[in-house]
Structure formats: structure tokens, C-alpha cells
Design a protein around this ligand. Structure first.
Ligand code: UGA
Length: 362
């Protein structure tokens, strides 16, 4: 039986990946996370194929080295990945996404373990179409792993610290791959994966403040009957990919390492592209279908006010599916409405009652 080490197993992606690994493969899993495994069901944690340790690998390289040595493949998910934190803690963002990743990368090189490293769609930055080049030309608007430029903003726009740190980690991995031809790596660029257990609801989960990413932020507002915040009017576009589709792509990277090695893959769903203002309307409509309650008023707030000075934004995130289809035969199948409805139902099941009590007590 092969063993996979999942660093950051207790987060949103890790918890879904663990479920899929246990149900769809026969891998043993060594899971590490600095957080308690609250997003993982007790049934999974009790499996004799799972060994979970709560440890901050940035502070305990011995634990990380031991786990990597005992594994056949390593999946590194650990990182700060929330835009509000890029502004609130810019130094920690760089360390989390580059310095801490470096240790894991170098241990995998040293022990010749296949590394599946989670990067981000954000490495592409802004599209060329946002600078006035025609969007009808796919080269200016569709993000392709092998041809698209990476266009980040000026130094003062701290938003891009995250993308820049991730891009440097990608380049370090690629450089090791060039110098060590026997070593296997695969880079994953998730495009807005969504599903239950993503992020948190401010004021619950022990998190008093901060802004989670857009889906959790809109769900928090809908459940609390507060206006949904449209940052800069909600003119940016995102394409959302359902988590269960996305983890299938990762399983294929493990099943067919020779097809996945040496490459960075977009994993997203270009069919599910939507402007954020329209997403707010759609989520309002779906919330009414799910709960019978009509909600969804919006308010527009400038990004530099909502997140702070240094906020900038990606305009459009349309992944090219060419490489992931050709190499892994993967394509997503869950349409936007279905993906949102399942995600929203999971949020309501997890938080609805607690928020209703909070409202009753007020
Ligand atoms: C984030 C991370 O930075 C990426 O690395 C990560 O890959 C990506 O999420 C992801 O989930 O895959 P982003 O898409 O900008 O990037 O994250 P969100 O905070 O969800 O923002 C999406 C859009 O909604 C942005 O235009 C943002 O300004 C807007 N937004 C966000 C609102 O209009 N209202 C909100 O309450 C929150």
C-alpha cells in the first residue's frame, strides 16, 4: 500500500481530498496540519489508514522530514490563501507561501519524493485584456499554463505579494526539476474551488474578524440578513469549480504520475465564469430557493477601504483546459448553480442554527 503525505490536511481542500483518498484509492495518508482537524469527520480520522498529527511544519522540520521520508508522494496545501490576509499580514503571507514551502520542496528533492504542490491561479495576475488588448483574442483573456504571461502590479500593491511568493515557489520547484531529472513534481493552480467547509464565518469558528473569500462572505451576509459587500462594485469575474470535481483532478495526478510530472496544471471550470455582482444576485436567488427567505441587498465598497491600502484585483480568471484535458483526461462536470447550491446548503447546515440563535439573542 502506498503512502501519501498531505501537508495542510485539515483545511477546506485537504478535508475533501482526504475523503476522496480514503473512498476512491487505497493510499495510506499521513496528514499534518497546524490547526485542529475540525473540518475532518471523526470517522475518517479513526480510519487505520490515517495518521494525523497537529504540528506547525514551519516550526518543526523534523516532523515534516519524518513524514516525507515515510511517504511515496507529498501533497503540499499549507498556505495563507485569503486576500484580506495579504494586506493584514504581508510578511507572513510571503513566508507562508514561499519560505515555508521551500523546506517541503527541498525535502522532497532530497528524498526523491513526487511533490504535488498547490500554487494558485493568481500567479497569472491581471489579463492582457484588462490593459486594453482585445478580449475576443483568447491570448489576451484565457489563462494558459504554457503561453500566458504573469502580470502582477507595482510593489505598493501588496495584494500581489501572495502571487509573487507562489510564483517564486513554482520557479524553485521547476529549477530543481531541471537540475534533478530523476525527481518528479506537479504544480496545481486551483481556480476558485468551492464547496462546504471553505473558509469561515466571521464571529463564529473562533474567528472574530477578517474577511473570508467571496462565497463565505456572501453566505455570512445572507444568513445574517446584512447587505452583501460588492468590492469595487463587483465588476471582477471569477470561474468557480466544485470541490468534488477538482479533487478528481488531483487523484488523477497520483494515479498517472508520469502524465502529471514536470508540469503546472490549471484546475478550474471556465463554463462557470460569472461577474461578482451577478454572483451576488444568483446567491440571493438560490438562498430564497433553499430557505424561503428573500435576501441579498448589496452595498459597494472600494477595495482599498474594505481590505486596506495595497488591495488590487484580478479582473478575469478563465482557465485554459487544454493541458489538464490532454495529459490527465480531466474535465469538470458540475454547473455553477449546482455547485453553489450544494455549497450554500452546507453553509446553512453548518451555521444556520447558530446564527439564528445569535439573532434571537440580539
Ligand atoms: C483568492 C486567492 O487569492 C487565490 O489564490 C485563490 O486561488 C482563490 O481565492 C481561490 O479561491 O481559488 P480571489 O478569487 O480574489 O482569490 O478571492 P475572493 O476573496 O473570493 O474574491 C473574489 C472576488 O470577489 C474579488 O473580486 C473580490 O474583490 C470580490 N469580493 C470578495 C466581493 O466583492 N465581496 C466580498 O465580500 C468578498
Amino acid at each position: 500500500m502506498k503512502t501519501v503525505c498531505v501537508v495542510g490536511v485539515a483545511g477546506f481542500i485537504g478535508s475533501h481530498l482526504l475523503h476522496a483518498l480514503l473512498h476512491e484509492t487505497d493510499y495510506r495518508v499521513i496528514g499534518l496540519d497546524k490547526e485542529a482537524p475540525d473540518k475532518i469527520s471523526r470517522v475518517l480520522l479513526r480510519s487505520d489508514r490515517v495518521e494525523f498529527t497537529q504540528v506547525d511544519v514551519a516550526r518543526s522540520s523534523a516532523a515534516l522530514a519524518d513524514a516525507i521520508e515515510r511517504s511515496d508522494v507529498v501533497i503540499n496545501l499549507a498556505a495563507i490563501c485569503n486576500p484580506s490576509e495579504y494586506i493584514r499580514q504581508p510578511v507572513a503571507t510571503i513566508h507562508s507561501n514561499f519560505t515555508d514551502a521551500q523546506e517541503c520542496i527541498e525535502l522532497c528533492v532530497r528524498h526523491k519524493k513526487h511533490l504535488v504542490h498547490f500554487s494558485t491561479c493568481e500567479v497569472y495576475g491581471r489579463t492582457l485584456s484588462s490593459f486594453g488588448l482585445p478580449a475576443e483574442d483568447a491570448a489576451n483573456s484565457v489563462l494558459d499554463e504554457e503561453t500566458s504571461p504573469m502580470v502582477l502590479g507595482p510593489l505598493s500593491a501588496q495584494r500581489w505579494n501572495y502571487a509573487c511568493a507562489k510564483a517564486l515557489a513554482e520557479r524553485l520547484i521547476y529549477a530543481h526539476g531541471a537540475e534533478e531529472p530523476g525527481w518528479r513534481f506537479t504544480i496545481v493552480r486551483p481556480f476558485n474551488w468551492i464547496g462546504g467547509r471553505m473558509d469561515y464565518v466571521p464571529g463564529l469558528d473562533g474567528r472574530a474578524d477578517g474577511q473570508p473569500r467571496v462565497i463565505a462572505s456572501f453566505m455570512s451576509a445572507l444568513m445574517r440578513d446584512e447587505p452583501l459587500v460588492l468590492v469595487d462594485g463587483g465588476v471582477a469575474y471569477r470561474s468557480f469549480c466544485y470541490i468534488e470535481d477538482a479533487v478528481e483532478a488531483v487523484l488523477r495526478m497520483l494515479e498517472r504520475p508520469e502524465r502529471a510530472a514536470g508540469l503546472a496544471f490549471n484546475v478550474g471550470n471556465p463554463e462557470n465564469s460569472i461577474e461578482i455582482a451577478s454572483l451576488a444576485r444568483l446567491m440571493g436567488e438560490l438562498y430564497e430557493e433553499l430557505t424561503g427567505q428573500r435576501r441579498g441587498a448589496t452595498v459597494s465598497i472600494p477595495g482599498t477601504e474594505y481590505y486596506g491600502k495595497g488591495y488590487a484585483d484580478s479582473d478575469l480568471r478563465l482557465p485554459s483546459m487544454r493541458l489538464v484535458r490532454e495529459r490527465l483526461g480531466w474535465a469538470p462536470s458540475t454547473p455553477l448553480r449546482g455547485a453553489l447550491k450544494r455549497t450554500m446548503a452546507a453553509f446553512i447546515a453548518q451555521y444556520g442554527e447558530r446564527l439564528a440563535k445569535e439573532k434571537g439573542a440580539a
